[in-house]
Write a protein that binds this ligand. Structure first.
Ligand code: SF4
Length: 377
């Protein structure tokens, strides 16, 4: 079956092009500590060997940025860097990578009085100077607070408008070598936002992903549902499947991504298995260099096992790997957990319930879950 793709621009990222008539590129991200150069190089190369077209690495500090120079020398993979909150690291890392990813919702953290438009001009300048593409990566868990305030309780408008205004800003600077991602943990929202964006800006290549899709197989099902709806309509030029799996299994993200694309292109669609809105929903992040305790993935697996008894209740539990993004990324969940080096933080809705050891968190979570079930029934 041939799917007519949206006629997007072609954007070069290192040795590949995304958009236009180019095959849909498959990406992944490292989950090792970036300063652990050997482990990160091993993971980058494992992803590359598995067929990753681009591998993303997060940098949080000058030390991470310097590690990236060493990593670059030891791999042929096309590299993308995730700038997280510290956008000024761009000038340190751009010489070593092929793409800069920035999140519009993170630009306000540093140099608070500098307008975001100036910060984008700086990023575009650095990208141009060092032959890098850019990804404008908008994420549901870290939307620009100004956009959230402007659009009240609307879930979709702040994400969509944030993406649109950054495209306009980059273009006003004469910079068009960029792709956009608009991610959410709910596949239906991912479909809605990306469709609306593609209607408004059909020429801009889209990077698709369901953020915090979680553990396989549910994480794969959620991703497949969104991708089938979008790619089947010609939307999407590059993808990332975000799975909560231990480090040695990270290449599965590439294999799963390729399988989903092949199935869609062959007409083997499975979206009829719509997610049951009356069932337990566990979302968990794919982990990255910010994870401070490798027990995170095991914890996510334990949460899934322990909560099996509640599978017929419409409750969302979010399990996140770090203290930086964990608090925000769990905001919409009924029960949220995020991991520190020795303790796991727990909250119920917006209310913090404290931090618990890895040995005791499951018991406390069970108490909270039982109470929630009782209240709702
Ligand atoms: S929640 Fe934290 S550990 Fe998980 S992917 Fe996001 S930044 Fe990385």
């Amino acid at each position: 079956m041939s799917i007519r793709r949206n006629p997007t621009r072609s954007v070069r990222i290192g040795s590949i092009h995304v958009g236009a008539e180019h095959p849909i590129a498959v990406q992944s991200m490292t989950a090792t500590q970036t300063q652990n150069i050997d482990a990160t190089v091993a993971q980058v190369n494992a992803l590359h060997a598995a067929g990753a077209d681009v591998v993303r690495i997060a940098v949080d500090s000058d030390k991470d940025a310097h590690a990236l120079a060493d990593i670059r020398r030891q791999t042929k993979a096309n590299l993308s860097v995730d700038l997280q909150e510290n956008y000024r690291l761009a000038e340190l890392v751009a010489p070593h990578v092929d793409k800069l990813r920035y999140n519009p919702g993170h630009l306000y953290h540093h140099e608070k009085t500098r307008p975001w438009q100036d910060k984008v001009a700086y990023l575009a300048g650095v990208a141009k100077e060092h032959d890098c593409a850019i990804r404008v990566g908008v994420n549901c868990g870290s939307v620009d607070p100004a956009m959230k305030a402007k659009y009240g309780g609307d879930e979709i408008a702040p994400i969509l408008q944030s993406g649109l205004e950054h495209c306009e800003r980059l273009e006003s600077l004469g910079f068009t070598r960029f792709v956009v991602s608009l991610k959410d943990s709910d596949p239906a929202t991912v479909v809605e936002i990306n469709q609306r964006f593609a209607q408004r800006r059909p020429e801009i290549p889209l990077h698709l992903g369901v953020t915090e899709a979680g553990l396989p197989p549910e994480g794969i099902i959620k991703t497949r549902i969104a991708f089938e709806q979008l790619i089947g309509r010609g939307i999407g030029d590059t993808i990332r499947v975000s799975l909560t799996v231990p480090n040695p299994r990270k290449p599965e993200e590439i294999a799963v991504g390729r399988e989903i694309i092949e199935d869609i292109q062959a007409g083997r669609l499975r979206s009829v298995v719509a997610l049951d809105p009356n069932s337990l929903n566990i979302i968990s992040c794919p982990s990255c260099s910010r994870v401070e305790n490798e027990a995170f993935v095991e914890l996510a697996q334990d949460v899934k096992r322990m909560t099996e008894y509640a599978k017929n209740h419409a409750i969302t539990i979010a399990v996140m790997g770090c203290r930086v993004n964990g608090p925000g990324e769990t905001d919409d969940a009924d029960l949220g957990l995020w991991c520190g080096p020795n303790r796991v933080n727990l909250k119920r809705g917006q209310e913090s319930l404290g931090a618990f050891t890895y040995d005791t968190i499951l018991d406390r979570l069970r108490i909270e879950l039982d109470q929630l079930i009782q209240q709702r029934s």
